[in-house]
Design a protein around this ligand. Structure first.
Ligand code: FPP
Length: 238
């Protein structure tokens, strides 16, 4: 079959396997997350260089709160350190930083670093780097429903005005394009409550490689595979 697509405009990534990567080496889970941050940096820079429009990374799910308290604390500390240390990479690569999720439930100091990152990079014109933090796909749909219900109550819209488009405009991802490609590392064939609404027609690509072992070459493989996918969006082949 011939090549069908160019580069994806928007890539979403479920970065899984940090814990297993660490366990295989007799290390603590947090060491896996620390190593995972290196992959975040490498893949972000590579995508920016390839002029991908947006990457959305699943960094902390709403279900991750059920992990041991120490792991959550260390993840939050790691996230804060990442936000501070990554400023140069973000600015050097003309990246615009943003987030999706229930950010208000994150520790205050992390929220402050997020706000600063967004402010600092708001005029950048290159790739959008979106971190999904305390994010759940079902919660996103619920939050959009609440916003719309409020607008109806306030008489700003009628119930009949609610359709796929208005719902989309009230999601955390309002104004963003839907992902063209969803990459999941760590081998599990699941969507895990990530971008449920937005991935209706997204191409899925799963690799057994653990996230800390995911490098440019692995991304290249995913992009090559994507190029040959036939996207029909429910229609027929032309
Ligand atoms: C899954 O590994 C990974 C996460 C919980 C989130 C990803 C976090 C990072 C890459 C590090 C922090 C990120 C930033 C941006 C600072 P897992 O623990 O579920 O692995 P397992 O399935 O092998 O247990």
């Amino acid at each position: 079959m011939s090549e069908q697509n160019g580069l994806p405009r928007h890539i979403a990534i479920i970065m899984d396997g940090n814990g297993r990567w660490a366990r295989k080496r007799g290390l603590t889970r947090i060491r896996g997350h620390i190593e995972g941050v290196k992959s975040v940096r490498e893949i972000t820079e590579e995508c920016a260089k390839r002029h991908i429009g947006q990457i959305t990374l699943y960094a902390f799910s709403s279900e991750n709160w059920s992990r041991p308290r120490l792991e959550i604390e260390l993840l939050m500390r790691l996230l804060k350190r990442y936000l501070i240390r990554e400023r140069k990479t973000i600015m050097d690569n003309n990246i615009r930083f943003t987030v999706i999720g229930r950010i208000e439930a994150l520790p205050r100091d992390v929220q402050e670093e997020i706000a600063e990152e967004i402010e600092m990079s708001k005029n950048n014109t290159g790739m959008i780097l979106c971190l999904a933090l305390n994010y759940g796909g079902r919660a996103e749909i619920v939050d959009a429903a609440i916003k719309l219900a409020r607008k109806v109550k306030e008489g700003k819209i009628l119930p009949e005005d609610i359709n796929e488009e208005t719902l989309r405009e009230n999601m955390y991802t309002a104004g963003m394009s839907d992902p063209d490609l969803l990459i999941r590392t760590g081998g599990d064939m699941r969507v895990s409550n990530f971008l449920l609404w937005e991935i209706s027609y997204t191409e899925l690509w799963v690799t057994p490689v653990y996230w800390p072992d995911f490098h440019k070459e692995n991304l290249e493989e995913a992009l090559r595979d994507y190029a040959f996918r036939e996207r029909r969006y429910g229609g027929l082949v032309q």
